[in-house]
Ligand binder design. Sequence first.
Ligand code: GLN
Length: 334
Amino acid sequence: MFKTDTDHIDQRVSTGALPDLDETLGLLREVHERYRGLDDGAVADYIPALAKVDPSLFGISACSVDGHVADVGDARHEFAIESASKAFVFALVTDALGHDAIKKRIGVNNTGLPFNSVMAIELNHGSAMNPLVNAGAISATALMPGKTPDEQWHHLLAGLSAFAGRELTLDTEVYESEMATNQRNLALARLLQSYGNFENDPTEMVDVYTRQCSLRVTAHDLAVMGATLADGGVNPVTGAHVVSPRVCRDTLAVIATSGMYERSGEWMFEIGIPAKSGVGGGIVAVAPGKGAVGTFSPPLDVAGNSVRGQYAIGHLSRSLGLNVFASAAREGMA
Ligand code: GLN
């Protein structure tokens, strides 16, 4: 395992800011106009309730670390958060259990395989590998503080609501639809249990995990939630301290390597922003120290990532200056 001895050194944050609100809004409108006609991809149909969502919906939102939010299109339309929740639940359990415990109990490495892969667990001797594939995400949910599944759920709901800055609610239709078709997630949890890597009751934890995935959010919410991770764990709109700066770093590192599943490497190469997608059509992309973008558009690529969302964030990574790897040559040195 890779070890460092740098915990005692203060972490300097990245510099720079998003353009002002008017300019950001103008850029968002341009991107919305450019990609709204794109009709590649297909809505998720392995969850019956998601198959009914209108594929033409398209919203984009950007939130800066000073709390300004720009919304365009269907940025206030509610949809199921799905896997985008995994990043925030990971942040909450890392806040509760600490960096080292999480690294040991869940893992932080890319699986290179689809989000619901059984083979990834088998190939890695019973390890879930990371908190953003389903096996690791169900493990993270199971590590939420609380003596009963209900207490864990309420802790999780309060935490995700604090990230969003409003009380999130459950989409009961999506929840019931997922529960009726959840055999694979149950199998993943049972497989981890068979390796001695799952202490809670798999059925109860898959139920809490499914509720978590069925929470309703908007692109606006995702932008605020992401901006909280960009701002050392302080929600820039409400001012609430949600998690520590250290937890934000841990979370963004995992999002960067695994947030877009088996396409994470290519995503970082092309777009260069830690981002997390969900099969409900949402993507949240976080530029540390600057802010975040939330997008919503239901049609997905084969890995389960929103197609219009990818294009929109790819464009904004350049025009808003979100790519964490971008630097300019020094004067006279080019
Ligand atoms: N609830 C979905 C599942 O477990 C989440 C998957 C996703 O958004 N990629 O299958």
